[in-house]
Design a protein around this ligand. Structure first.
Ligand code: PMP
Length: 360
């Protein structure tokens, strides 16, 4: 039996060391006689787990003290609504960059709350690049500027931080958070679903500058108001306790392994390995503009799409799973988050080479 490598875009591969620790602690957490799943979220054990986890995330990302960290549910998709509900603050419009499927969903939802100005779009080229900042038409009176630093489906990543002056910058970091260091102080708000680089599905992390909280649009449900969760340390209602615990184990592992600078180094090495091969052959191709090639989600096509099925079948036989591209774009996609070891990428490249030799 081959080693299994899971290239799913999310829920995605988790570090084996974390799964093993969770297994060891599953039934009896630290002698408490309980599983973390069974603990009251208000009990001292779980409060300790939550506090440690937040402290570790703050340390890893260098989150300044004037930012709140919220542990919510509802996925990044709920943030598509919560961001406008909380950050519109009586202003007329919101700025959005459109770089693909996830941007489009965020834009569609924001339009329910006010007028959306699309500052720039890469739809003209099938979303295969990100428009440079000098092509953005920013509105200086916008409530905020929203963008998607990594489009999980298109595999388009923006490695620079947009400059938006006094207008708060909002980022959907679902598929890039923790993959490299970022300067949190450049952002008004960052959100991410956990199920890629953080932990299991069911947890959504929001990092928000404190002056932006508490001015929701009329009619905002209590659960959709960031202030509710700030005032209650994310324990207004029952938080996703087990997902938070696993995320906490991931944060501890990342700290032990050298933090986000080390993750970035590894992620560059992994991405270079795959892109290097894609560039060296004309049997496969990367559709994404060079400067925007995602380090996390790498779509690629076979020269002859009629071979797609045979490619996937053979990959599976080699223990290389979940390589089928998103239904909206076709082809292949390899998601190589922090927890994907370079050995997994090397195994994929070796398989791709062998497949090319057989079919090229
Ligand atoms: N934004 C991005 C960039 C994503 O990749 C995803 C999920 N793939 C979402 C939003 C939606 O996240 P969720 O399923 O957690 O609502």
């Amino acid at each position: 039996m081959n080693h299994i490598y899971n290239f799913s875009a999310g829920p995605a591969v988790l570090p084996k060391a974390v799964l093993e620790q969770a297994r060891d602690e599953l039934v009896d957490w630290h002698g408490s006689g309980m599983s973390v799943m069974e603990m009251s979220h208000r009990g001292k054990e779980f409060m300790g787990i939550a506090a440690q986890m937040e402290a570790d995330l703050r340390e890893l990302m260098g989150i300044p003290a004037n930012y709140k960290v919220l542990f919510l549910q509802g996925g990044a998709s709920s943030q598509f609504a919560m961001v406008p509900m909380n950050l519109l603050r009586g202003k007329a419009g919101m700025d959005y960059l459109n770089t693909g499927e996830w941007s489009k969903k965020a834009i569609k939802e924001a339009k329910r709350y006010g007028s959306v100005n699309v500052v720039a779009s890469s739809e003209d080229k099938n979303f295969n690049y990100a428009p440079a900042q000098d092509a953005w038409k920013l509105d200086p009176n916008a409530a905020f500027v929203h963008y998607t630093p990594n489009e999980t489906i298109g595999g388009v990543e923006i490695f620079w931080t947009p400059k938006t002056g006094n207008v708060p910058l909002v980022a959907d970091m679902s598929s890039t958070i923790l993959s490299r260091p970022i300067d949190v102080s450049q952002f008004g708000l960052i959100y991410a679903g956990a199920q890629k680089n953080i932990g299991p599905a069911g947890l959504t992390i929001v990092i928000v500058r404190d002056d932006l909280i508490g001015q929701t649009v009329a009619g905002t449900p209590t659960m959709f108001d960031y202030k509710t969760h700030v005032d209650n340390d994310s324990m207004y209602n029952t938080p996703p306790t087990y997902a938070m615990y696993i995320a906490g184990l991931v944060f501890q592992l990342l700290k032990r392994e050298g933090g986000l600078a080390e993750m970035e180094k590894r992620n560059i090495a992994k991405a270079d390995l795959l892109y290097g091969y894609l560039d060296a052959t004309d049997f496969y191709a990367s559709p994404v503009a060079r400067d925007n090639r995602s380090r996390m989600n790498i779509p690629f096509t076979l020269k002859d799409a009629a071979l797609d099925e045979a490619f996937l079948k053979g990959a599976k036989e080699h223990g290389l799973l979940q390589l089928k591209g998103h239904r909206s774009v076709g082809g292949m996609r390899a998601s190589i988050y922090n927890a994907m070891p370079i050995e997994g990428v090397a195994a994929l490249v070796n398989y791709m080479k062998a497949f090319e030799q057989k079919n090229g």
